[in-house]
Design a protein around this ligand. Sequence first.
Ligand code: PDD
Length: 286
Amino acid sequence: MRTVYVNGEYLPEDQARVSIFDRGFLMADGVYEVTSVLDGKLIDFDGHAVRLERSLGELEMASPVTREELLEIHRELVRLNDVNEGMIYLQITRGAPSDRDFVFPDAETTPSTIVLFTQNKPGLADNPAARKGMRVISIEDMRWGRRDIKTVQLLYPSMGKMMAKKAGADDAWMVQDGFVTEGTSNNAYIVKGNKIITRALSNDILHGITRAAVLRCAAEAQMEVEERNFSIDEAQEADEAFITSASTFVMPVVEIDGTKLGDGTPGSVATRLREIYLDESRKAAI
Ligand code: PDD
């Protein structure tokens, strides 16, 4: 049984409790982060901590812990649960007032709720899916307008994954005004020659921590990066495509809406970037 963290306590998972009035539960009024663990160490902890602070700030939500405490909690959970490869999920909500109300509760009397738990995933880095590649479908992006804030409001992304599953695919890329925004839980890229193309940062997409690291790796490897919109048509004609996220790192995409990219196997740019990213991340892990 896992040991999880809830509001200052480390508890067996079946004893961890949150109120039915918690605004995360009633209103999806909460933010989250997913940090991966390789060799028992945290990948890009600072990047996730900075984005968490930004998400909280944008929603005028107080952090119940300092960044140092957060690091300590992550490390303690890795230790207590003996995680070598996997993820740590963190969620902070606007707490549990004494009743349901649309108006934000006073932060003085209603402290935020903080929950963290580990997900053990042996083989996360040596994922066979990276050798096979993913198949994606395109769907309309029907999410709200502040996708740069990492909120727990994940109903549409969940529905998107289900649409993909029903279509026999692995994931969905969302499209707004004719251009790909991102995957249901990852950032999206296409490759043309030696050039990597991905949508520029704005409120339309989550500012991926893996995205930032991978674009740094690409620049160091003398690959060209162009941050601009691309359509599904352009993607289907690209040499390669891939996604990035904390849980998948760099994952090749080999098919979009039934159209195979190139010969239908993972491309060399995506494969190389995955190796470079994993190498660099392991070196910098804390
Ligand atoms: N998802 N875009 C969306 C919509 C996401 O949900 C995520 C992450 C990303 C990639 O961000 P990062 O590289 O910082 O993980 C992009 C996490 C992994 C999840 O919901 O499980």
